[in-house]
Every structure is written in structure tokens, then in C-alpha cells.
Design a protein around this ligand. Structure first.
Ligand code: THU
Length: 161
């Protein structure tokens, strides 16, 4: 039996199609890039979460000389949100980056790593509602998808334990 998994997303050339709240969220993600500590990869990432109380939480990647100890911007932001506002739901996450390598093309839209997808999925299950995702390139192109859970099909989760 063959089955197919697919999902819809929107691709925009700039942020003008986003509502003002989401434009502000993406700006917060871009601001958070400046708080990144990424001396090893020189890949600076910012994430911003819009909470159900209207609060915006920022996170940036924090690297370490012991490379596996580094943590991605998305998971920094998720940890801050659940530590400071454990009962607020996360409505949307926005992610932005700046690459230190000048030779690399600047129009690639960032997509979260597998571990961050797993963490986002856990959050959607914990709060019993999905999370919208805004992914961006340094030149301002945007992917918007309504469900973070779509980023990790056939996922392992607490349902298996
Ligand atoms: N990184 C993030 O913070 N988020 C992503 O979505 C992709 C990767 C970080 C981890 C590491 O500090 C650097 O980017 C290079 O992988």
C-alpha cells in the first residue's frame, strides 16, 4: 500500500503579505541574530516566539568550544518561553539568520534542524495546539506554514512511550 504525506506552505518575496503582528515577530527574530554567540560556525541565528498573551520571546544560537554543547536559537527560545510563561501557548515562531561566509548565496531560506523540529513537535503536543512557522532568508524571502508539526512527519513522540 502506497501512501503520501504532503503539506501546504506559502512562499513570499518579502514580509508585506504578513499581518503586522507577524511582521513584528520576524523583526524580533532578525534583532535576535545580533545576540547570537557563534564564533565557530559564524552562522548567526535568531528565533522569536509569539505567545498567546502577546509577549514576544527571543532566542539566538549559543555555541561552545565543545561543539555538541551548543544550542540552536529555536530551542533557546522554546526553553525561555516554557520557563518564563509555562501556561502561555506559542502561536507562531519566526526564524532568521546571517551567514558569516561572504561567498555563500544569501537567498536560501533557513529551515530548522531535526532536533529543533522534534522540540517544536513536543511543544505542539504539550500545548495541544499547533505553531505557525515563518522561515526567512537574509534577503527577506519568506516561507509561512501553519503547522510546525508538518515539518516532522512520522515523528517519534510521547505517544510511543
Ligand atoms: N542553528 C540554529 O540555531 N538554528 C537552525 O535552525 C539551524 C542551525 C545553529 C546551530 C549552530 O550554532 C549553527 O547554527 C550552525 O549549525
Amino acid at each position: 500500500m502506497h501512501k503520501t504525506i504532503s503539506f501546504d506552505y506559502q512562499l513570499f518575496e518579502d514580509d508585506s503579505s504578513l499581518n503586522p503582528n507577524l511582521q513584528q515577530l520576524l523583526k524580533a527574530a532578525n534583532d535576535a541574530i545580533n545576540l547570537s554567540y557563534a564564533p565557530y560556525s559564524r552562522f548567526h541565528v535568531g528565533a522569536a516566539l509569539l505567545l498567546s498573551n502577546g509577549e514576544i520571546i527571543k532566542g539566538s544560537n549559543q555555541e561552545n568550544a565543545s561543539f555538541p554543547a551548543g544550542i540552536c536559537a529555536e530551542r533557546v527560545a522554546l526553553s525561555v518561553a516554557s520557563s518564563l510563561f509555562p501556561s502561555e501557548k506559542i502561536i507562531t515562531v519566526a526564524i532568521a539568520y546571517r551567514n558569516g561566509a561572504e561567498t555563500v548565496s544569501f537567498d536560501t531560506i533557513l529551515s530548522p534542524c531535526g532536533i529543533c523540529r522534534q522540540s517544536l513537535l513536543e511543544t505542539t503536543q504539550r500545548q495541544q495546539s499547533d505553531i505557525g512557522v515563518i522561515l526567512s532568508s537574509p534577503t527577506g524571502q519568506i516561507i509561512y506554514l501553519e503547522r510546525a508539526a508538518h515539518l516532522l512527519p512520522l515523528a517519534f513522540s510521547s505517544l510511543h512511550l
